[in-house]
Write a protein that binds this ligand. Structure first.
Ligand code: ATP
Ligand code: MG
Length: 338
């Protein structure tokens, strides 16, 4: 049977890139899953603290992110939804995997290189937790015996690392204790920043105008898309290499508009050619607003409901603890720790 696992950091309210690139897929997998498929979704708060966080802000984001996972349509009875820090087995497996992980491999990870770009000559500022982030991520996945991991494109390299560490561990132990997971990349695998279309949309980017949050109002969505960076070339064409800003808007239309989802981006661009950019941006904003509105409305009710959120988190913790314990006992046994 399939075991689907994925995670999101509670580093802010999830944005359109998180939704189209990952969360929408989580819900689809849940709704189309065979009865014997297990679905496990985590708010990876231990990953969030690899970057300095304000404690009160983090507390708030953990709760808000949990409410958002319910608002998008995850069902806490069908899926296991939990805070990573509630299940210590993730850290226990991480330590065991750390004893196998290659520092050379970790040093080549794009996320590590990007997030430490300014600090290269200042090793006192380079944090061990950020460096070993992919080892914890591998533990998250492997501790539940996940077979499939739905993520956006930026996580493909970390998933490759997880497979490598699982296979390496199995080789050392001499039998298949860990499952090497398959990566499921969603069609909308890389939604770009509205301010710098050469970078992906991110929760942690300093410019709030670069992303559309799932809680943004119709006005905020309209305003952000209106100001989205495009180019000054003539006409409307779909060309992600040469026209990343415009192509990102066409992608957004394709992934949020019912009619536009039925045709490819090149055809959409042909149909839009001749229209002023202002009108195209309005069309994109309307489509995004109708995709987000029901989520935003459910979120507003859920985030006020502490009792429901606490119950769901407790239930998720219980199910995730049970799931992780099954693998951890096998691993401890395999390495001689039991
Ligand atoms: P942070 O800036 O804190 O890293 P983030 O926006 O990158 O935040 P994550 O919590 O790291 O969000 O990632 C959650 C999921 O969303 C992952 O599966 C990731 O691949 C996916 N994702 C993140 N950004 C995008 C994007 N711009 N397009 C498509 N998928 C994305
Ligand atoms: Mg990220």
């Amino acid at each position: 049977p399939k075991v689907i696992f994925s995670g999101i950091q509670p580093t802010g309210i999830p944005h359109l890139g998180n939704y189209l690139g990952a969360l929408k897929q989580w819900v689809k997998l849940q709704n189309e899953a065979a009865p014997d498929t297990t679905l496990i979704y985590s708010l990876v708060d231990l990953h969030a603290i690899t970057i300095q966080q304000d404690p009160d802000q983090l507390r708030k984001w953990r709760k808000e992110s949990f409410a958002m996972l319910l608002a998008i349509g995850l069902d806490p009875e069908r899926s296991t939804i939990f805070h990573q820090s509630h299940v210590p087995a993730h850290c226990e497996l991480m330590w065991i995997l750390s004893c196998q992980a290659s520092t050379g491999y970790l040093a080549r990870m794009t996320q590590w290189k990007e997030k430490t770009a300014g600090e290269k000559d200042n090793s006192a500022k380079l944090k061990l937790g950020l460096f070993s982030y992919p080892v914890l991520q591998a533990a998250d996945i492997l501790v539940h015996g996940a077979t499939h991991v739905p993520v956006g494109h930026d996580q493909a390299q970390h998933l490759e690392f997880s497979r490598q560490i699982a296979n390496g561990f199995n080789t050392v132990i001499g039998r298949n204790v860990l499952v090497a997971p398959e990566t499921l990349i969603s069609p909308a695998k890389r939604v770009m920043s509205l301010k710098d279309p050469s970078a992906k949309m991110s929760k942690s980017h300093k410019d709030a105008k670069s992303r559309i949050l799932l809680t943004d109002t119709e006005e905020e969505i309209g305003e952000k898309i209106k100001k989205a960076m495009t180019d000054s070339l003539d006409g409307i064409t779909y060309d992600p290499e040469r026209r990343p800003g415009l192509s990102n808007l066409i992608d957004l239309l394709h992934y949020t508009d019912e009619d536009a989802s039925k045709i490819d981006q090149v055809t959409i661009a042909k149909e839009l050619s001749g229209m002023p950019l202002r009108i195209i941006k309005e069309k994109v904003a309307t489509a995004v607003e109708s995709a987000i509105r029901p989520i935003r409305e459910r979120y507003q009710a859920l985030v006020e409901n502490d009792a429901l959120l606490n119950d769901a988190a407790a239930r998720g913790c219980e199910k995730a603890t049970e799931s992780a314990a099954k693998t951890l006992v096998k691993i401890k046994n395999a390495v001689g720790l039991s």
